[in-house]
Design a protein around this ligand. Sequence first.
Ligand SMILES: [Zn+2]
Length: 312
Amino acid sequence: MNDIVDLHCDVLSKLLREQEEKFDGTGDSKLDVTRQRLVDGGVGLQVFAIYIPDDMPKTPETALHAAELFWSKVLAAPGMHPVRRGADVEEARKNGGIGAVLSLEGADSLQGQWWALRLLHRLGVRLLGMTWNHANWACDGAMEPRGGGLTKAGRQLVRECESLGILLDVSHLSEKGFWNLAEMAAKPFFASHSNARAIRNHPRNLTDEQIRALIAVNGLIGLTFVPWFLTEREPAKIDDVLRHVERVCQLGGERHLAFGSDFDGIERHVEGLAHPGQYPALAEALTARYPEHLVSGFLGGNARRFLTANLV
Ligand SMILES: [Zn+2]
């Protein structure tokens, strides 16, 4: 079984810092996400984000270094296949293989230079979140107090991404930025790792209106396992994840719901859901509550349909 899709992990950030860590390891390392754990958990497609921590230079060079690690560490492991176009989504998971999509979390490192975007696209970047939590040259993030939207250069970034075939990820984007993008986007966009604000009131989570807008554009909502985006009362449990699933379903998002764990980006975890090898526990909890065709959609079918249709 390799049906599961995970829309966000930060293992490339850990590899940037600790280059002796082995992605093709058994999981006894500092990494949450390893090839073995993806296999154990039934994950058939994983998105790998290039996220540059605040204490490292946010330059094209650092982003290119992370992209090189995607090729030399992640894709070098047995059975891992790059996913760059729609047809790769199914092709990659034949014979038990695992597809790997490269994304850029935060456009800071591009420093507004279009050559850097084009080069990262050539290296496999197909998904892009314009900013992390703060403001940058392209837009404001969800935690930026002034709450600005897209800049003029940010609007150009949207156009450049759409013409290259890079899909826009609204997780971390400010609310105003979200609506600016919604207004101008010519292609479907998605949230890789955000939850429902009606269930947990946090600026990183999506309002009901935002979730409805993502459904309306035939986008995707990747619910995340970040404990403090799930509940105010930690430790978070798998039941807390289900409360967010239910909210998205109530809003009509049954065919737009997916998961983006944020493994390797978090220090605390949902109980029993600390790495990809534990996905079966979530599958079991979903199966106890929803019909099988919906569960298979949530765990992978919806995301595969979205990526197959929109990666060109
Ligand atoms: Zn993130």
